[in-house]
Design a protein around this ligand. Structure first.
Ligand code: NAD
Length: 345
């Protein structure tokens, strides 16, 4: 039976993965701890590890997993910026779940946007306290506003459709624009300068790290709403905080945060938060933070569990071939030019 060390387990992970473990005959060793240099040994005796967005799969971890005989790193996420793919090449095969429910994330981005511009978070707290005053709850119509989408992949495109449903003007920037689409692509500068709302849907890479920074915020329209459901590192959080303090940024909706790894997904309510930037952001009336929750729907979790288990089975039962392998060989990671019928190494 294939054994998989499952790091950073939350109760909802167990609920969604256990039926597939039973159905496909794999064994999960559920571990609450995250994967890092100190916890690698817990994978001893396992054929694969299953990791999430805040597990730190660096070169040292990969080399130790390799020594332990682990063959597969199965990400139960789409993003893979936490895995050193170059270090894994030639040693351990890395797989991800390229799409599980882009609707979940795009709909969460919409929920954040509506909550923010119609002040629902404020109204909810008020009426629970029998405060029925409307003072300070003035919003604005989304209809007719310009929304700038950065990254027009699976999630970005669904968010575009939702925005069009509201009657918004949609412009977009993508380093690899979709051919033959009806998307109005503009330069990143034009998007930043002309959007009333900016929503991030591109991956975190060396090119995109801090793409929203002090310079770009300076160029934005006063009152701009920034939505990030992608990866925290896309935004320089201190620059964002300064933009909010100076009233340049009208609102921020953040499902991800640069330094989220030790904070998000955990109950820290009884603790003092040591992250000054996050504390200040949360204290702002025009900032909404959810803790990397955009993926959390029944449909998405079921798809994640099934695809992750099938990825691992495909590798072990199909001579090392898996369609969802992230291969570093040609440097083109996802859009690999190799024949998908071949092993990566
Ligand atoms: P995708 O691969 O379908 O689309 C990503 C798009 O970004 C592509 O069109 C790509 O060309 C574009 N891109 C790549 N480099 C770029 C650059 N330098 N500048 C501008 N655009 C660039 O991915 P997706 O499924 O739409 O997911 C988007 C991101 O959402 C993921 O990378 C992941 O980080 C994040 N995500 C977050 C959650 C969550 O729960 N918050 C869940 C799933 C995914």
């Amino acid at each position: 039976m294939i054994k998989i060390a499952f790091y950073d387990t939350k109760p909802y992970d167990k609920t969604s993965f256990e039926p597939y473990a039973e159905r496909y005959g794999v064994h999960f060793r559920f571990l609450e701890t995250k994967l890092n240099e100190d916890t690698t040994e817990l994978a001893k005796g396992c054929d694969a590890v299953c990791v999430f967005v805040n597990d730190d799969v660096n070169k040292t971890v990969i080399e130790r997993l390799y020594e332990l005989g682990v063959k597969v790193i199965a990400l139960r996420s789409a993003g893979y910026n936490n895995v050193d793919l170059a270090a894994a090449y030639g040693k351990i095969h890395v797989m991800h779940v390229p799409a599980y429910s882009p609707y979940a994330v795009a709909e969460h981005a919409s929920a954040l946007l509506l909550t923010s511009v119609r002040r629902i978070h404020k109204a909810y707290n008020r009426t629970r306290d029998f405060n029925f005053s409307l003072n300070g709850l003035m919003g604005f119509d989304l209809h007719g506003k310009t929304v700038g989408i950065i990254g027009t992949g699976k999630i970005g495109r669904i968010f575009i459709d939702i925005c069009k449903g509201f009657g918004m003007k949609v412009i977009a920037y993508d380093a690899y624009p979709a051919a033959n689409s009806d998307i109005e692509y503009v330069s990143l500068d034009t998007l930043v300068e002309t959007s009333d709302i900016i929503s991030l849907h591109c991956p975190l890479t060396e090119q995109t790290r801090h793409m929203i920074n002090a310079d770009s915020i300076e160029k934005m329209k006063k009152g701009v709403v920034i939505i990030n459901t992608s990866r925290g590192g896309l935004i320089d959080a201190e620059a964002l905080l300064n933009g909010i303090r100076s009233r340049k940024v009208g609102a921020a909706c953040l499902d991800v945060y640069e330094e989220e790894a030790d904070v998000f997904f955990e109950d820290r309510s009884g603790h003092i938060l040591n992250d000054e930037v996050l504390s200040r952001l949360i204290s702002m009336p025009n900032v909404i933070v959810t803790s990397h929750q955009a993926f959390l729907t029944q449909e998405a979790l079921a798809n994640i569990a099934e695809t992750t288990v099938k990825n691992v089975l495909s590798f072990f039962e199909n001579d090392g071939v898996c369609d969802n392998e992230l291969c570093y060989r040609c440097g083109n990671v996802e859009h690999c030019k190799k024949e998908r019928k071949q092993r990566c190494f």
